[in-house]
Ligand binder design. Structure first.
Ligand code: CA
Length: 236
């Protein structure tokens, strides 16, 4: 029984997809944001992901890139935009197929069957789960383990989520508002919440705000994670 993850924020489309896929005897889980989708694929095994491009939290291309950072699961893009150059780009970025909305259930079934056939043909031995690697940082979202230069980091759930979210988009400045929404699932809140967790995370990474290595705070803008440019300075 193939298991499917439906990533779709439109409640109506989502219910219709769930109903159809369940009737076609698929096991279905569904979420409405890209970050939830990342959590899902980190925790469960799916045979195929149906990914809506217009999600409230992340641009579709960004969501696909992050998914590809942690899993090889076949991804079918569902898009309302019939933009050929974008579709080509997404297929090059690791999408397995696409559907232009509105699509019929027959069309979806045919595409899914083809994708499932291809992924089965691609080999029964599953590739090892992807690990996010940024500099000496290595994060395994499936096992929820993180290492720095080969040493296991002892992180709380929130610290791990924060680190994984930032490491999934290295070099990108993530606004605080977005961190709050994605990691804390809050639409508003105190900047201090983020600062406190960042400072704990920094301590565990062996760095400080004044001497950052991986975590860089851009005052009034956001936070980014990037590999250190040079080895850390040794105290004299
Ligand atoms: Ca949408």
């Amino acid at each position: 029984m193939p298991s499917v993850l439906v990533v779709e924020d439109d409640q109506f489309v989502r219910s219709a997809l769930i109903r159809h896929l369940t009737e076609a005897s698929h096991t279905v889980r569904s979420v409405g944001t890209a970050l939830e989708a990342l959590r899902e694929v980190a925790h469960f095994r799916f045979d195929v992901v149906i990914l809506d491009l217009g999600l409230p939290d992340l641009d579709g291309a960004e969501a696909l890139k992050m998914l590809r950072g942690i899993t090889d699961v076949p991804v079918i893009i569902a898009t309302a935009r019939d933009d050929e150059s974008e579709i080509v780009r997404l297929l090059n970025d690791g999408a397995d197929d696409y559907l232009t909305k509105p699509f019929s259930v027959e069309h979806l079934s045919a595409r899914m069957a083809a994708v499932l056939r291809r992924s089965r043909a691609a080999g029964s031995e599953a590739p090892p789960p992807r690990v996010i690697q940024v500099g000496g940082l290595s994060i395994d979202p499936l096992r929820r383990q993180a290492q720095l230069d080969g040493t296991e980091l002892d992180l709380t759930r929130r610290e791990f989520d924060l680190l994984t979210f930032l490491a999934g988009r290295p070099g990108v400045v993530v606004p605080r508002r977005e961190l709050l929404a994605e990691v804390w699932q809050q639409s508003y809140g105190d900047d201090q919440t983020i600062d406190v967790h960042l400072s704990w995370l920094r301590r565990k990474l062996g760095e400080t705000a004044a001497r950052p290595r991986y975590l860089h705070t851009l005052r009034g803008v956001g936070v980014k994670l990037q590999p250190p440019a040079a080895p850390p300075e040794q105290p004299a």
